[in-house]
Write a protein that binds this ligand. Structure first.
Ligand SMILES: Nc1ncnc2c1ncn2[C@@H]1O[C@H](COP(=O)(O)OP(=O)(O)OP(=O)(O)O)[C@@H](O)[C@H]1O
Ligand SMILES: [Mg+2]
Length: 469
């Protein structure tokens, strides 16, 4: 039985695929109950209840699809979970609703104008739900007959017999369909669907009539009824594409492959106008609906005055997505001007924003987040070590403490320990300094660094002044 061992090898490979762990990979939603009340710890989210609840209300508005052009600002100190909440919103929205995200600074590094970059981002966040009628052939496989070619390899012709409860028909098979049948291991007793236009074959399950094979098939097998009526049926297919995707596919200079490389360049406004017209026509015919999604702009204080005024205007469009922006700045200069304003955002845009503020975490909440991160990063840690790390997180920053988890795990591995102990934490705490200690070091040895701009009596005030400047 060499074939079965072959299969096993490939399965093992699949399982050991490395999954990278990102800063927010533990967040799986906003962790709200049915009444939008934030659960203490849920879906990877801890505390910050008011902000999570507010985000949940916004989500509900999006789901109902009633409001367009609303904008929300997540404001709060660094490391208070603003980006995390936005990620939670994205997860909670599901696949159907588009969620586009960008950092404010991105618009300055793309090879296109700022407004083009913003237009693309906006259109990435607007979905079009397109309804399509297709002809499908659905039936239970009676027989797959493939001519074995003399020279080996995949055969080029064959026949497929399908039946419903009422009829039975023989279909001719092309090479592509044969490959697809072989790949999906489709055999006598499977129920399949074939898209008539594309020839794409989908396995729906095993016929109930075959349920006595259950032992042979394993528990993963899904059993379905043998279809009744005609073999050919009209089916309504619904899919959501974003306006940006339609733009790229239709912009002749780039071609749809640009969708994968991300190298879309500027899209001509005529193309967009045409597409908007087409979509409007589809909507009137009932073929398509607009699905306003979410555009999240992190570090929004990096946008400049031109971008802000563009946003002001764009939000008034009836198809505008919900705009979620985040910043950790206080009263600061608006980029591109000499004026200061709260969060570095002009007052007229601020006026359009619903503001959700986030606040620093308590020691208990930090502990809980660190627990979740330990689990996410697959690190065993003793209670003492967790206590110490929580204290460090409270006194320095949550991010610093999160970063120490993995470093400490390496230290533990090095001494061949089973779980991370206080000594490992202590070791990495002295290896990697946090901002406070680094600043202190700079103060003490400033003469030895390049471009030193501090006069001896400036001391720490300079540092805090820079944040609010
Ligand atoms: N309520 C929370 N529950 C679980 N994890 C959280 C929570 N808040 C923050 N985190 C995690 O803590 C880390 C820092 O939070 P995050 O990046 O969201 O901060 P931020 O408010 O965006 O900060 P900045 O202003 O510096 O961008 C992230 O790894 C994040 O996933
Ligand atoms: Mg952030």
């Amino acid at each position: 039985m060499t074939t079965t061992t072959d299969v096993k090898v490939s399965e093992v490979k699949d399982l050991t695929r490395v999954e990278r762990i990102g800063a927010h990979s533990h967040i799986r939603g906003l962790g709200l109950d049915d009444a939008f009340e934030a659960r203490n710890v849920s879906q990877g989210m801890v505390g910050q209840k008011a902000a999570r609840r507010a985000a949940g209300v916004i989500l509900e508005l999006i789901r109902q699809g009633k409001i367009a052009g609303r904008a929300v600002l997540l404001a709060g100190q660094p490391g208070t979970g603003k980006t995390a909440i936005a990620m939670g919103m994205a997860k909670a929205l599901g696949e159907e609703t588009p969620f586009a995200m960008m950092a404010g600074s991105e618009i300055f590094s793309l090879e296109m104008s700022k407004t083009e970059a913003l237009t693309q981002a906006f259109r990435k966040a607007i979905g079009v739900r397109i309804k399509e009628e297709t002809e499908m052939i659905e039936g239970e496989v009676v027989e797959v007959e493939v001519d074995k070619p003399a020279a080996g390899g995949v055969s080029k012709t064959g026949k497929l017999t399908l039946k419903t409860t009422e009829m039975e028909t023989v279909f001719d098979l092309g090479q592509k369909m044969i490959e697809s049948l072989v790949k999906q291991k489709i055999q006598h007793g499977d129920v399949i669907a074939i898209d008539k236009a594309s020839g794409k074959i989908t396995k729906l399950g095993r016929s109930f009539a075959r349920s006595k094979d259950f032992d042979a098939m394993g528990p993963a097998t899904k059993f379905v009824q043998c279809p009744d009526g005609e073999l050919q049926k009209k089916k309504e297919l619904v899919h959501v594409v974003t306006l940006h995707e339609i733009d790229v596919i239709n912009s002749r200079s780039q071609g749809f492959l640009a969708l994968f490389s991300g190298d879309t360049g500027e899209i001509r406004s005529e193309v967009r106008e045409q597409i908007d017209g087409k979509v409007a026509a589809w909507r009137e015919e009932g073929k398509a609906e607009i699905v306003p999604g979410v555009l999240f702009i992190d570090e929004v204080h990096m946008l400049d005055i031109e971008c802000f005024s563009w946003l002001n205007r764009a939000l008034e469009n009836e198809n505008a997505p919900i705009l979620v922006v985040a910043t950790n700045r206080g009263i600061t200069r608006i980029r591109g001007t000499n004026y200061k304003s709260p969060h570095g955002i002009p007052i007229d845009l601020l006026d359009r924003l619903l503001i959700i503020s986030t606040s620093p975490y308590t020691e208990q909440e930090i502990r809980k987040i660190l627990d979740i991160r330990c689990e996410e990063e697959d690190v065993e840690m003793s209670e003492d070590a967790r206590d110490l790390l929580t204290k460090i997180g409270h006194e320095t920053s949550l991010r610093y403490a999160i970063h120490l988890i993995n470093a400490a795990a390496l230290a533990c591995q090095k001494r061949k320990g089973k779980e991370v102990e206080m000594e490992d934490i202590g070791r990495v705490y002295s290896l990697f300094v946090d901002v406070k200690r680094s600043t202190q070091f700079l103060m003490e040895y400033q003469e030895q660094f390049m471009f030193n701009e501090m006069s001896p009596d400036d001391e720490m005030e300079e540092d805090s002044a820079q944040h609010t400047e």
